[in-house]
Ligand binder design. Structure first.
Ligand code: FPP
Length: 248
């Protein structure tokens, strides 16, 4: 079968794609293994998707790797996920470098174990001059946390006289989000057949196209990303306008 990659309009590749990587636990269960086995195999999907996104010229790829709510999972699973992150960084940094990928994070990094923070910072620093894909890992992230944090910082700056309440608008608010400087995702993908947003980029997806697939994350590959982008390119994005206005 012809790859979706060949069907893509090169001039309309989304600048930012966000992915809710879901279904690792169910994938492991299907294979009669512990949940961690699913997370381990999810790393291969991350590798494939990062490579694919870079190849077609996506500028920013945000992956929901660990949510604020994930801290509530059983301690051994949380620890295994943290270990996996450290290993993934150790094993993948060279390939990321080769593929000209930059790394950044969003989320409450202060909650992450010191070892993970050190690894991440080392990797971010090592890749900082790369000019290709910006891989954004959402870690200890939730959208409500991000929005509350923004409100707190806006209030503080207001008390200190740096801003006035009447200056607060969409643009200023966005400067206080973790995603300041990053364009909103045009496309958000969720795997594993769940139809939820789960506290991910709530402000930023105001006009994003949503793509849901039954595939479990460890089965997802770059070809599935190309399929999602092909689907996206065949939708009409109206941003609240009428169809007639779009052609004017
Ligand atoms: C959701 O599946 C997945 C996660 C909470 C973790 C995602 C982590 C990885 C893919 C591996 C490491 C990531 C990087 C960036 C190297 P789930 O456990 O909720 O699955 P379930 O809904 O079937 O239980």
């Amino acid at each position: 079968m012809e790859s979706f990659r060949n069907k893509l309009d090169k001039n309309r590749i989304p600048k930012h794609v966000a992915i809710i990587m879901d279904g690792n636990g169910r994938w492991a269960e299907k294979h009669g293994k512990a949940r961690v086995f699913g997370h381990e195999n999810g790393v291969e999907s991350v590798r494939s998707v990062v490579e694919g996104a870079g190849e077609i010229g996506v500028k920013h790829l945000t992956l929901y790797a660990f949510s604020t709510e994930n801290w509530l999972r059983p301690k051994p699973e949380v620890e295994a996920l943290m270990e996996l992150l450290v290993h993934a960084i150790d094993n993948e940094t060279e390939l990321l470098m080769k593929n000209n990928v930059r790394l950044s994070t969003i989320g409450d990094l202060s909650k992450m174990p010191v070892k993970v923070k050190e690894k991440l910072n080392g990797c971010i620093n090592f890749l900082k001059d790369n000019t290709g894909l910006n891989l954004i890992l959402a870690l200890s992230y939730s959208s409500k946390w991000e929005i509350i944090k923004a409100v707190q910082n806006i209030s503080q700056d207001s008390i200190e006289g740096k801003i006035k309440p009447e200056m607060i608008n969409d643009k200023l608010f966005e400067e206080y989000l973790n995603t300041a400087e990053i364009p909103d995702p045009e496309l958000m993908i969720r795997t594993s057949g769940e139809f939820r947003i789960s506290n991910f980029l709530l402000w930023q997806i105001a006009y994003s196209e949503l793509f849901f697939t039954e595939k479990l994350w460890p089965d997802f590959r770059k070809e599935d990303l190309f399929e999602a982008i092909f689907d996206f390119q065949n939708r009409e994005r109206r941003f609240g306008k009428t169809r007639e206005q779009l052609t004017m």
